[in-house]
Design a protein around this ligand. Sequence first.
Ligand code: PMV
Length: 360
Amino acid sequence: EETWVVMKTARAPSNIAVIKYWGKRDEKLILPINSSISVTLDPEHLSATTTVAASPAFEKDRLWLNGKEVSVEGVRYKNCLREMRARATDVVIESSGKVIRKEDWNSLHIHIASENNFPTAAGLASSAAGFACLVYALAQLMGVQEKYEGELTAIARLGSGSACRSLYGGFVEWKMGQEIDGTDSIAVQLAEESHWKDLVIIIAVVSSRQKETSSTSGMQESVKTSPLLKYRAEMEKAIKSMNFTEFAKITCADSNQFHATCLDTSPPIFYLNDTSRKLIGLVERWNRHAGEPQVAYTFDAGPNAVMFAKNKEVAAQLLQRLLYQFPPSADTDISRYVHGDQSILESAGVNSLKDIDSLS
Ligand code: PMV
């Protein structure tokens, strides 16, 4: 009996859509009815870390999420594993020189252990980070090379649509594609992480509770094309030219229309709560007084806010206002994360992320 084990670990960040995907033209292949655009978040605060292992001693595929074993029998996991096995190559184990043959991967079982460093399924795209990370880790383990650019994003898409966008950093577009087999429904990078240096992203974790309606079931109820789809090109232009005013207008409008679509479903789906609505009010009033947008907000399938500040100074003010308006109390649990430059916290008079967490 052979006794060996090979393993690889990878980390992938979450992403937040500024033009959202909501509705599928093909449920099985997860093909969307519109293209979407997102920004990939900072892995320090919002990412999944996944270890994948293979050994002849493993009797079946198994999966642990945040330390708890869960079923790997769902079609999403099965589809990802099947597509990765089909692309596996000969892999040499460095320590022993043993060769795992391409065809061996069909019978080798895989163990997967994945951890999120943020609340699972609270509308912060935990499945996006998770499936992007799984596909990337499996590619390392099985020696998979892309045959065309974006091939791995199309496999991550089979796990969770939004996952395809987490394989790249910066601003990313998921092109809806035309083919019925989904080979062209892939993610492409629009701009690198370092492109828009002034922009600061602040996440207000309004609630870390699991959402009541999953995005998958929500989408089945409310298949509608975003009326803002026609602004996709404008959004792309705003990102490329770093035009915050345009970026903010389209981002907020897309988020509001998405939640309006949810409300327009029967029965209605509520993802926002009172705190979310207060946050929207705060930003809207601020922008109106300033005469032009200083902050933009967007909410996914949950109550947590992702806010974009025009620059560091605005970000520091935003943090101060958040701390003032949402003091810690029994019924609000706001903790805040700043994406990127931590010195913003100091200029806001907050010493560290720990300080902020302990206020909640
Ligand atoms: O891919 P899913 O099932 O996590 O759906 C994500 C849907 C939204 O987060 C609401 C929008 C988006 O484009 O990320």
